[in-house]
Write a protein that binds this ligand. Structure first.
Ligand SMILES: [Fe+2]
Length: 305
């Protein structure tokens, strides 16, 4: 009876769209997590002190009003979920790359986040010039691929435009000595994607997947296709496509690829992540307007050979 009343109350809260209560939502793995309420925000993350919190956006650099919309929603969510940094998954700058473009396509749309000291870490996409590595707000320190660490999570920014021997060797060497609990790689081109326009980059997959598997990379974040897709885990690795931070390719997710755990190609989007401990990484994908597209918990798992 108690359970029935609780269910009805929860349903009423959800149906009424009330923002002044803590609601509960079903996550991808079936568990329930609290969805905290702020103005225009429904947070499906645990929001623990001391956790590693970050945002993810891809294919952003257009300077359009819709890129600004996504940025504003990110600001709104940050009031509820104070992430310290954001990963840029490439195509940070479409078209020309003059000083005015860096302002129009990056520092202006994200000015509120920059003012709040959110640090952006960029990977290069096919539209990006290598000179972006020296742009101070991209924190690349002059490098096309680099590693940094936050808490128990190691992040590898890769240049998927040129996965040459030198980069592959560097990645091997770094991963071989990496004892971090979580290893997250981010780059522009997706080894797995259901995109009609681009889809899976199989050449890249051939080179990079064995390294990810060998060294237990847990999560791979990519863009290039302009939608959101959570891929069914491949060889024990979680892959995401989040390439709709400034562009949308509406209806581009192909059905029947056998890859899609969850897809969303109706509006632009970004992601939030929270790593609470060595076992669980929580994620939430959010649309331009603030709607939750997907959420859940990634359980730490050893990659399979
Ligand atoms: Fe691209």
């Amino acid at each position: 009876m108690k359970r029935f009343i609780f269910s009805v109350v929860t349903l009423v809260i959800l149906l009424s769209g009330s923002l002044s209560h803590t609601a509960y939502s079903q996550t991808a793995n079936g568990s329930k997590v609290s969805a905290r309420a702020h103005a225009g925000v429904t947070l499906a993350l645990p929001l623990k002190d001391g956790s590693v919190k970050f945002a993810v956006i891809g294919d952003t650099g257009t300077g359009t009003s819709k890129q600004h919309d996504v940025a504003e929603t990110m600001v709104r969510y940050r009031a509820a979920f104070p992430y310290e940094f954001a990963l840029l998954l490439g195509d940070n700058m479409y078209g020309s790359e003059d000083a005015a473009d860096f302002e129009k396509k990056f520092s202006d749309p994200y000015k509120q986040l920059l003012a709040q000291n959110v640090k952006f870490y960029a990977a290069l996409g096919n539209h990006d010039q290598a000179l972006q590595t020296n742009y101070v707000n991209f924190n690349m320190d002059g490098k096309e691929y680099y590693r940094f660490k936050k808490g128990n999570v190691a992040f590898y920014a890769l240049n998927s435009n040129y996965m040459d021997k030198k980069q592959v060797q560097w990645l091997n060497d770094e991963l071989a000595k990496d004892t971090s609990e979580w290893k997250v790689a981010f780059m522009h081109h997706p080894p797995y994607s259901s995109g009609g326009k681009h889809g899976s980059d199989k050449q890249l997959r051939e080179v990079i997947e064995p390294i990810f598997v060998k060294y237990g990379v847990n999560v791979v974040l990519t863009g290039h296709d302009h939608f959101y897709e959570r891929i069914i885990p491949q060889k024990g690795i979680y892959y995401f496509v989040s390439g709709a931070g400034g562009k949308l390719r509406s209806g581009d997710i192909k059905k029947g690829t056998g890859l899609t755990a969850k897809g969303y190609d109706r509006d632009m989007s970004f992601m939030l992540f929270e790593v609470v401990n060595g076992k669980q990484m929580h994620f939430q994908a959010i649309s331009r307007t603030g709607e939750t597209i997907d959420s859940g918990v990634l359980l730490h798992q050893k990659a399979k050979q």
